[in-house]
Design a protein around this ligand. Structure first.
Ligand SMILES: [Zn+2]
Length: 408
């Protein structure tokens, strides 16, 4: 079987390592992740790598080089609920394929390669993203160990049950000497490459994102006896806000904003809603633009509340700045694409990735692979075998070019 076909089959196999029958759900430190590790560990070994699992639960494969430096390649093995097959696993399996090619040819590069299959990027189990990559980058927050999952299990206990020592996560921080950078292959999760009819694209930057929680507080009242002009309906206010968010982002270049969660209290058919809590997610590749947009949208929420004589409170959940990819890795990846006779395109990634966390440790670069309809976080996620072939070839060429630039 050809390597691209093997990559596709491996992603399909990983899809069977799931916590839910008939769907792909693979949370941090779960039984499904344990099964994924068993098989991915075999693939790493077959490609000539020494394999180990670190404390936080990342699976790591090390391919010796002839020099002192190391290049990190990776992506994540966890998933969202009811996920697709490729978001995460594609990056891991393409990295393994590129190393497999070197191993099969009996080649060693002037630098070592460490393949990182991260334990948690999506944050499904504990609501805290990038657990695996933050551990490697040295930015893991020990306070997160007290977070609990839906079953009341703490992260500390989950890590212990998975075989790691939660008190030694600082040992997971990269300590293997000088790094040439971190490079991640990932499905695009957007429609740009498909629209341009290109198999792969080089990421210029990973767009920053801000998350806020907004609570409108009105007054719960009887749906039958409270006259319309006496109501302080929190949901009616929230509905206006949701539309305002859509309208604002729709008329601002490069901005996307989403209300994805809405909790209505008391949440009964015969009660005027007294309180609504909603999420606001704002993204733009420009930090100034994103910060300004968040401020404007929070202002709009305040105006709506004032006009309707209800209360509003807001809380910032997270604010991640835009992460620019390394100019050196961008140009090397671009040259690799060009050497294969393919047109080079650069694009910003609207989705967050492990590369965001890894940027605290080293320079980062990313290669995106076209996906069908730009669909991700969905069982319909799909990539073409031909595009996977291009991704493996580009990564292979990228390694050759790095070898020339970094002879030991
Ligand atoms: Zn991903």
């Amino acid at each position: 079987m050809t390597l691209p076909r093997i990559v596709i089959e491996r992603c399909q196999y990983l899809a069977t390592c799931s916590e839910e029958p008939g769907a792909i759900t693979r949370r941090f430190a779960s039984e499904a992740m344990r099964r994924a590790h068993e098989v991915a560990g075999e693939w790493l070994r077959e490609a000539g790598m020494a394999v180990r699992r670190d404390h936080v639960g990342n699976l790591r494969g090390h391919f010796e080089g002839t020099g002192e430096t190391t290049l990190l390649l990776g992506s994540h093995l966890d998933s969202v609920r009811n996920a697709g097959k490729y978001d995460g696993p594609l990056g891991v399996t393409v990295a393994i394929a590129a190393v497999q090619r070197l191993h099969d040819a009996g080649r060693r590069l002037p630098f070592a390669i460490e393949v990182l299959a991260f334990a948690d990027e999506e944050g499904l189990r504990f609501g805290s993203t990038y657990l695996g990559s933050r551990a490697v980058a040295g930015t893991f927050d020990p306070a997160d160990l007290d977070l609990t999952d839906a079953d009341g299990i703490t992260m500390r206990d989950a890590i212990r049950a998975f075989g790691g020592d939660p008190e030694r996560i600082d040992h997971d921080t990269w300590s293997g000497g000088a790094l040439l950078g971190y490079c991640e292959v990932h499905i695009e999760q957007g429609p740009v490459l498909e629209a341009r009819d290109l198999p792969v694209g080089v990421v210029s930057a990973i767009a920053g994102q801000a998350r806020h929680r907004i609570t409108f507080t009105g007054e719960a009242a009887h749906a039958g006896t409270t006259p319309m002009d006496k109501r302080r309906d929190a949901l009616a206010a929230a509905a206006i806000f949701v539309q305002a968010v859509e309208g604002y982002a729709g008329s601002s270049e490069g901005l996307v904003a989403t209300v994805g969660q809405l909790t209505v209290k008391p949440g009964a058919a015969n009660v005027v809603p007294g309180e609504v809590t909603l999420s606001l997610d704002v993204r733009h590749a420009g930090d100034t633009e994103r910060v300004a947009a968040s401020r404007a949208l929070l202002d709009i929420a305040a105006q709506i509340a004032k006009h309707r004589k209800i209360g509003v409170s807001t809380a910032e959940i997270s604010e991640n700045a835009t992460v620019p990819c390394s100019p050196r890795l961008i140009s090397t990846l671009s040259l690799a694409v060009q050497d294969l006779g393919r047109p080079v395109t650069e694009l910003a990634s609207g989705a967050g990735h492990d590369a965001v966390a890894m940027s605290a440790l080293t320079e980062v670069g990313m290669l995106l692979v076209r996906c069908k309809g730009g669909v991700s976080h969905n069982p319909a996620e799909s990539v073409r075998t031909e595009d996977v072939a291009v991704a493996i070839d580009v990564l292979g060429r990228f390694l050759e070019l790095l070898s020339k630039d970094n002879p030991k």
